[in-house]
Design a protein around this ligand. Sequence first.
Ligand SMILES: [Zn+2]
Ligand SMILES: [Zn+2]
Ligand SMILES: [Zn+2]
Length: 271
Amino acid sequence: MHMQILGTGAAEAWPALFCNCSTCRRARAAGGKDLRSRSSLQINETFKIDLPPDTYHHMATHALDLSRLSHLFITHSHMDHFDLATIEMMASPFAHNLANAPINILGSSAVVDKINAEYQGNRFPIKTTVIKPFAPVFAGELTFTPVLAAHMPDEECLNYVISSGDSTVLYASDTGVYPDITIDYLCGLKFNLLIIECTSGTLDIPPIGHMNFESVLNFVGRLRSAGAVTSGTRVVITHFSHNIGMLHAELEALANPHGIEVAYDGMVLDV
Ligand SMILES: [Zn+2]
Ligand SMILES: [Zn+2]
Ligand SMILES: [Zn+2]
């Protein structure tokens, strides 16, 4: 699988849109890996997870050909992962000659209901599908299995296990500490790569909603005890809030000694 992490910031991006905190001032001055847009993951040519408000920037910066998109998986309805208005740009007169239309957009019933309420009729080259946790979706050369996240109390939030047959990847954004049903499922797999949100860095966090570095270590440790993570498994953290106060190099100094890599916008991962 060829993967590219398109965005690595939390909802406010990095530096945050309207923020004048010291971290955002340092990030503006540093540029490069300290510029973090809203989160999305491109997989091979035709698969993508989430549709953030920075999708145009991702397409232009990384020379993506989104006219080839066949499957778009949505994690949840927060605006940094799901910009409903952008779906309009898939339709004529804004887009022509889509290679794999209709584009399959898959997510929870909360997400699909929002799409269907806004985009009715056959002008839109999309097909929506409600998916359920732990029910695999066979999509071309890949299998996407949604797993239940712990992020919003009033919406079923999904993360994804992506498998090519040769390799298996977890994309865990957004989530808090997983429920046991998810941990038990993941413990039965063997991962080549984990991409895990670490929104809260070294800050304390509430038990539901997001991960901090300590909860990432605990999670990876549980998977390692079960044999789902081995010495060959890459672990990458992403989806950072500016409130953690740490620039990319400072995050690397924290994470790298634990064998954990820090994502940056445009990071390519071949697994
Ligand atoms: Zn988010
Ligand atoms: Zn800030
Ligand atoms: Zn969220």
